[in-house]
Design a protein around this ligand. Sequence first.
Ligand SMILES: [Fe+2]
Ligand SMILES: [Fe+2]
Length: 254
Amino acid sequence: MIAIAHLSDIHIDDGQRSRERAARVLSYVNGLSHVDAVVVTGDLADNGAPEEYAQVAALLKSPHMTITCPGNHDKRPEYRAGLLGEPAADAPVNQVMSTPGALYVSLDSSIPGRPNGFIADESLAWLDEVLTTTDTWKPAFVCFHHPPVDLAVPQVDRIRQFDESRLAQVLARHSRVAALLCGHVHTAATTTFAGLPLLIAPGVVSTSLLPFEPNGDRGWEDGGPIDLDAPPSLYFHILHDDGRLTSHLRVVHA
Ligand SMILES: [Fe+2]
Ligand SMILES: [Fe+2]
């Protein structure tokens, strides 16, 4: 059995609020044993500034193996330099991490300067290669920021990942993929894509409220569309030895 701590959308800026919420969640996770991996699915920096990535790097120091992916608020050159110690460059930021229990493949679904998502052909070819050749005996989790399906959250559905059939075609070639991990929506959600579980972590910085129906007569949940007061939360995904997946949502109170 493996356990994954999955959090998202910490949106670190120059204020105390985002930093305190992220620190609260990460210190909770860092105090746990038996976490196979920490996955942070994007929108790490709110503006993509170098000083924001310095804060993110400090926050993400962990006894657990940690993998991230960029979101639409991130900037590739600053992300590379600040988090990966690589020369600043504009190419997609794709990463792979192998733990004792699983392989984690992180794909860049960001489009520089745009809020919506798209996974470049070069990233999909790289994903295909990694899933074919790397630690082939381990289950794989594929992580990216933008969900590739509608979720009945119209303000996010408009800026989801598009041209998603290309991703589905790659995933169909690899039975080792256990689940897809996303963020971007700022509310915990589970659905499916390409026949796989698609698990969307809540937003640490804020919570999106639901209209359920675009322009419907049920309206927003009280206080919508964004709740800044709901406490931050995260998912724990458990992969059982029989291949079943269980997801637990945990709210982290002050
Ligand atoms: Fe976000
Ligand atoms: Fe986002």
